[in-house]
Write a protein that binds this ligand. Structure first.
Ligand code: HEM
Length: 583
């Protein structure tokens, strides 16, 4: 393919904000009659000046756009790549599908039409191949997070590890944050989890148990119920606060969960829009304060609450250290407050950094895990064979529910883990690509060279449905992740390793999910405790979350869970019922 010119050298790579500068520097424009001379402009009254300047400016913009389109179609380093025609010239299709929430489906359709790689926007190449995945996201990759991530920060102080695109700065932040994610801290989170899951289980069956038909509970929309469980759990785990959103009755914090979903759904199309660079430029120049002022009251209240919790805890931890008292709560905030920078021996985080990371943890950890709880339960309740096999594993491994904690028996429940992996393959918490920008020097992907400045990625929804890699890619079959010499489920170690090279829903490499061990523990405990106690079924007559014919190509199968793409996945359902287990 092409070798040579990096995108950074192209005048068309400049953000739209700099448009007037680019054109005012061109020596030919006034000679060509596109704009008036300086003398003419100075001699005319202001209203007439505007009458001259506006058409000239419009003409310049038009000329820029036409030139840009021609460049993108014929001369751009990505011009030979397959993909929808409109995407060659503009990010509008990408923006439109982000706005509709079906960008992951649109990308999947483009792979079906064009093959293993597509140009999804003028400067964006996406791949559907494990080799490309490993080239883009590994520790050796010559990439950084793209400007997509710059669209998400609240203000100049809100720079957390996820939004840091500078490679060295990210590595430093990451090293410090990982001090709070040790094996010890994950194990210490188990009692917090047990407490919240048990209460959640109680509420799921409610007072209805044995009163309604066959002892089944009222139908529960698991999307909402899982949101509340995880939000409460992370509140407790991160800040030592019980948000109580899962409890019945009024609670203003319940609205925070929805408000964050609204914020993500609003921000995602912006981060995929042709105006991204302009908006990112405007953010520190006033746009951030406008957005902050317009934010829903629930979000403002939530940040204020987190701020006071962090301040209180910092003071309490300092006091405890001075008084040399033992630790009262081993939660995330305890580990973050006490983390020391290994190079300086000083506290790893100041107040602002602590706020930024604490807010990220609750956001990054809540929606993702809640989505996966909903999706695991969806797939289990839509496949009786898998459901019964998993129930048998859980109930035969543990003689009582209290034993389901952070322990080798739980982490060795192979079928449980395989069900989670299979769910994350088909319904990833982040369904589209996690975009990375190529650094100076360019890089090889799938045998082709790509220059500096190109943005690349591998969309998770399409990767998980790669028939070349998985064969029966659309079937929910957890057995594919387990080595077995049983004749019905025969599977070799090599085959499992080969499959694992294609599935990285927690990402891989320098920016992988720092909370993945915590998330796996939480998912295992929620599913195992719930299925140990209850029989579960889809509420008769309900179909929430299922694929439907009217949704169109790629979304018709009722056995597949349908998501909306808002960088993280949005969803509804399933509607489930619970009753005390019969055996
Ligand atoms: C099923 C649950 C989860 C999934 C599928 C998941 C997935 C991911 C993915 C794909 C990324 C990379 C995002 C990107 O580069 O755009 C990520 C990053 C991250 N996740 Fe998770 N996550 C989960 C749960 C959690 C939990 C429970 C926490 C913490 C409480 C957490 C904290 C983070 C943080 C801090 C990052 C940024 C890491 C960095 O930039 O170095 N996640 N996660």
């Amino acid at each position: 393919m092409w070798r040579g010119t990096d995108l950074g050298e192209s005048p068309f790579n400049a953000p739209l904000t700099y448009l007037p500068n680019i054109f005012s520097q061109s020596p030919n424009l006034s000679q060509e009659g596109l704009s008036p001379s300086l003398e003419e402009v100075h001699a005319t009254p202001p209203s007439e000046k505007m009458a001259l300047i506006l058409p000239a400016f419009a003409t310049l913009c038009l000329a820029y756009m036409v030139t840009n389109i021609i460049y993108n179609i014929f001369f751009h380093p990505l011009s030979k790549l397959p993909g929808p025609f409109l995407s060659k010239i503009s990010s509008i299709p990408s923006f439109y599908h982000a706005y509709k929430g079906d960008r992951h489906i649109w990308l999947w359709q483009q792979f079906q039409i064009h093959g293993k790689k597509i140009r999804a926007a003028p400067n964006l190449v996406l791949f559907k191949s494990p080799n490309a995945y490993n080239a883009i996201y590994s520790f050796k990759s010559n990439v950084k997070r793209s400007s997509f991530y710059d669209a998400w920060g609240r203000n100049a102080d809100d720079v957390n590890v996820l939004m840091t695109s500078d490679v060295q700065l990210h590595a430093r932040k990451r090293r410090l944050l990982s001090l709070a994610f040790t094996d010890h801290s994950v194990k210490a989170s188990s009692p917090f989890m047990a407490k919240h899951i048990d209460r959640w289980n109680q509420l799921l069956v409610g007072e209805q148990l044995a009163k309604t038909d066959g002892g089944w509970s009222e139908p529960r929309d698991i999307a909402t119920w899982a949101n509340y469980l995880v939000f409460d759990l992370l509140g407790d785990l991160c800040f030592g606060a019980d948000f109580k959103t899962k409890e019945p009755g009024e609670n203003s914090l319940k609205k925070v969960v929805d408000a964050f979903d609204t914020f993500v759904t609003f921000n995602y199309p912006i981060s995929k829009s042709p105006l991204l660079d302009t908006l990112v430029w405007l953010k520190p120049r006033g746009l951030n304060s406008v957005i902050e002022r317009l934010a829903p009251q629930e979000i403002k209240d939530h940040y204020a609450l987190v701020e006071s919790l962090v301040k209180e805890r910092m003071a309490a931890e300092e006091k405890r250290e001075v008084e040399k008292r033992p630790v009262e709560r081993e939660d995330m905030l305890h580990f973050l407050c006490n983390a020391k920078d290994p190079e300086t021996g000083k506290p790893a985080f100041d107040f602002k950094e602590l706020m930024a990371e604490a807010n990220l943890l609750i956001l990054a950890g809540s929606d993702t895990t809640a989505i996966t709880i909903s999706t695991v339960l969806f797939y289990l309740c839509h496949d009786r064979r898998v459901y019964l096999k998993l129930v048998r594993e859980i109930r035969s491994t543990f003689s009582n529910v209290e034993a389901i904690v952070h322990c080798p028996e739980l982490l060795n429940c192979k079928y449980l883990r395989a069900c989670i992996d299979e769910t994350l393959r088909l319904a990833p918490a982040a369904p589209s690509e996690l975009p990375r920008e190529i650094l100076p020097g360019g890089m090889e992907i799938d045998g082709d060279h790509y220059p500096q400045g190109v943005v690349v990625g591998t969309p998770n929804w399409s990767m998980g449905r790669n028939e070349e890699h998985y064969g029966d890619a659309y079937t929910f079959r957890p057995e594919r992740w387990i080595v077995s010499d049983d004749l019905d489920t025969l599977n070799t170690e090599e085959e499992v390793l080969r499959l694992k090279r294609g599935l990285h829903t927690f990402l891989r490499g320098p920016g992988d999910c720092i909370g993945q061990k915590l998330a796996i523990l939480e998912l295992c405990m929620v599913i195992a405790r719930t299925l140990w106690r209850f029989d579960v079924r889809v509420a008769p007559g309900t179909h929430l979350g299922e694929g439907r014919a009217e949704l169109g190509w790629g979304q018709r199968d009722p056995k597949q869970f349908m998501l909306k793409d808002a960088y993280i996945s949005m969803r509804e359902g399933p509607m489930l019922q619970f009753r005390a287990r019969e055996v």
